[in-house]
Write a protein that binds this ligand. Structure first.
Ligand code: 5GP
Length: 198
């Protein structure tokens, strides 16, 4: 009698990208998603206000503070954090159902959320791969934030302070990617994703 062979379905990888504002992580992520169409994206939930140019449910599901708190109570987040006074969180159901289907998922988070994910690596339901994006220097970070020209000097100083504190979180991540040049960095990120996906 032939023994039934059980081949476990491959679970997807959960790629988590973080880095201080000015590291270029959002642009990198957008570029990698463009180059890797089979990579699934999991929009975060947040209670911050919609910014000009943002489309609801694309990068974020915008919900009220009360709705967010109810989701916390129902344990619907894989991780969540308060950043600049607003809630941000990752849908447990969305990420886990994609991983179960063998899909690779990518999203952006900040470092408090990373700490929570590291504590529950085994319970995520797929391989967790975390990448921290760094600007080449603090001087370059300042220049990038200044070039945005969208913020007051006080806000800029606050962002720099937060960025400096975030730089200390490097050890929470599996990979460190220095973003000197957008094209090279997105190539490196795409390769890393493809290496983990095969
Ligand atoms: P922004 O309001 O500028 O879009 O995002 C602020 C910060 O929240 C960024 O560092 C971003 O990576 C982070 N963030 C976005 N979504 C999530 C999430 O689901 N969980 C956590 N922990 N951070 C998030």
């Amino acid at each position: 009698m032939r023994k039934a062979r059980h081949v476990a379905a491959r679970r997807g990888c959960f790629f988590v990208v973080a880095g201080p504002s000015g590291s270029g992580k959002t642009t990198l992520l957008a570029e990698v998603r463009r180059r890797t169409p089979d990579l699934s994206y999991s929009p975060s939930y947040t209670c911050r206000a919609l910014r000009p140019g943002e489309t609801p449910s694309q990068n974020y599901h915008f919900i009220s503070r009360t709705d967010f708190e109810q989701m916390i109570e129902r344990d619907e987040f894989l991780e969540w954090a308060i950043y600049n006074g607003n809630y941000y969180g990752t849908s447990r159901h969305h990420v886990q159902s994609l991983l179960r289907q063998g899909k690779n998922v990518i999203k952006e988070i900040e470092v408090q959320g990373m700490k929570q994910l590291n504590k529950k690596r085994r319970a995520i339901g797929g391989e967790l791969v975390s990448i921290f994006i760094l600007p080449p220097s603090l001087t370059e970070l300042k220049r990038r934030l200044n070039d945005r020209g969208t913020e007051s000097q006080a806000k800029l100083r606050q962002r720099l302070k937060t960025a400096q504190a975030e730089l200390k979180s490097v050890e929470l991540f599996d990979y460190l990617l220095i973003n000197r040049d957008q094209a090279q960095a997105s190539e490196a990120l795409a390769r890393l994703i493809s290496w983990h996906s095969t």
